[in-house]
Design a protein around this ligand. Structure first.
Ligand SMILES: Cc1ncc(COP(=O)(O)O)c(C=O)c1O
Ligand SMILES: N[C@@H](CCCC[NH3+])C(=O)O
Length: 445
């Protein structure tokens, strides 16, 4: 499945952003994450324009957990999006990239006092308070630091969405947010409105990820808007901002058929307006937090084929030089991916193979059962749609180094993350003195 700026050049090689991926693999080595800048910016603009049309405030917040580096923060800023962070590390990355602090939203179900202090110190835009514990320590810390942060409360609305389906009440059993069903959410709002050192301006909810249809969002909106009515009746308080979270799905394989963001946005905006009118509520600013749908289809991973094992009538395993360390989604969620043989992008001779990783783990698979042109050792496989939750979920299992990341556009490639080295792997290791034999020579200097 060709994505974004991909095309097949006269050599029959896959090109992304005007760069020959076979050349990229030689220049930067494999595995290699390739980010198509044009596609990334296009995705940002689709969201920006879809939601900007109706509301003046900065309201599309990129969920940086999907993929974050300092260079990506720069692009997100240039495209006018805000940034959602969920840890001190993500916040630090944003700050190091000089991301406008007012457009940073801080999520997470167990933010530490240190992380909250950091958020207060830099005056970030919104803190999304997840639970009673956080509400109390944030109020206390804000008082001590003489700050008054703008906050949302995260509500657990009782809707869980899986791609195009949703289940009401399915997510009551969740570690995130104040539950609606038992009155906790309403109690938390009453309590927060009386706290001196915080400024409650909105509510947040998030119903899942890889959602294909606006219908799931409509279920979320219906519940939240009815809740806003109850809140207004009981407290007279009305939200200024309603954050509906992220979760917008993308097509990893041909069968995936998500609705375009323009359609989903139109429906979301329409639905919030209709409920506001019908329930006589102030129209809230709508915030969304897309992650996967901003970066997912802008990413491709290049791998080199090594060992090939054919088990006649059973399966042909084609092993590549990466695996679950750079893409854990197949092993973790049974995720499905498409692939193109970068150096034989035009060839036919298709056969069914399974793409395996190099970790010492049978579940270390990237793609089960895919038809690809006949593969030989040395071929370059491009797995598409790896921009989201690949690099950000990468690990050093088996002490495998994390790949480099290059950003491509108009025939240029810029490295935005260097490949890890073996020295990176041991840089935090410490051998206690008592284990060092001073008379023994080092094998590696
Ligand atoms: C609170 C919150 N916001 C936004 C996102 C981004 O989700 P996605 O990448 O599916 O758009 C997530 C992840 O599911 C999330 O937990
Ligand atoms: N990490 C998940 C999605 C979780 C999103 C964060 N709440 C994925 O790879 O699909």
């Amino acid at each position: 499945m060709l994505q974004g700026s991909m095309h097949i050049n006269s050599k029959g090689h896959l090109e992304i952003g005007g760069c020959d991926t076979v050349k990229l693999s030689k220049q930067y080595g494999t595995p290699l994450y390739v980010i198509d800048e044009e596609q990334l910016r296009k995705n940002c603009r689709s969201f920006y324009n879809s939601f900007k049309a109706d509301y003046p405030e900065n309201n599309v917040i990129y969920a940086s957990k999907a993929f974050m580096t300092t260079a990506i923060c720069k692009i997100i800023e240039e495209e006018g999006l805000g940034l959602d962070v969920v840890s001190g590390g993500e916040l630090y990355t944003a700050l190091k990239a000089d991301f406008p602090v007012k457009n940073i939203f801080f999520h997470g179900n167990n933010k530490s006092a240190e992380e909250l202090t950091m958020a207060l110190e830099y005056g970030i835009g919104r803190i999304i308070v997840d639970n009673w514990f956080e509400l109390n320590i944030l109020n206390e810390l804000s008082g001590k630091m003489k700050k008054k942060p703008n906050i949302y409360l995260r509500i657990s609305p009782g809707v869980e969405a899986h791609t195009h389906e949703y289940i009401k009440t399915g997510q009551i059993d969740s570690k995130f947010g104040f539950p609606l069903f038992n009155g906790d959410a309403l109690d938390a709002i009453k309590y927060a409105l009386n706290l001196e050192n915080i400024n409650l301006i909105g509510l947040h909810c998030h119903i899942g990820s890889q959602i294909f249809s606006y219908k799931s969002y409509n279920a979320e909106i219906e519940i939240m808007m009815n809740f806003l009515k109850t809140v207004k009746d009981v407290t007279s308080w009305e939200v200024e901002e309603l954050d509906l979270g992220g979760g917008f799905g993308i097509a990893y394989v041909d069968e995936d058929d998500p609705q375009p963001i323009e359609t989903i946005a139109k429906e979301i905006i329409k639905s919030v307006k209709e409920f506001s009118n019908a329930l006589n509520l102030r129209l809230p600013g709508i915030i969304v937090e897309p992650g996967r749908s901003i970066i997912g289809n802008a990413g491709t991973t290049l791998y080199k084929v090594g060992a090939i094992k054919n088990i006649p009538n059973i399966r042909k395993y084609v092993s590549v030089d990466g695996g679950m360390t750079d893409n854990i989604r197949t092993a973790l969620y049974g995720a499905k991916y498409s692939a193109i043989v970068a150096n034989k992008a035009k060839k036919i001779n298709f056969e069914k193979v399974s793409i395996a990783g190099k970790c010492c783990e049978s579940g270390d698979m990237l793609i089960w059962d895919i038809e690809l042109p006949q593969l030989e050792s040395g071929d370059i496989i491009a797995i598409t749609c790896t921009g989201a939750y690949n690099y950000s979920m990468a690990s050093n299992y088996n002490r495998i180094t994390r790949p480099a990341v290059v950003l491509v556009q108009n025939g240029n490639a810029d490295m935005i993350v260097a490949r890890e080295t073996y020295d990176d792997l041991i840089k935090n290791d410490i051998i206690p003195d008592r284990l060092i034999n001073k008379n023994k020579k080092h094998i590696i200097a």
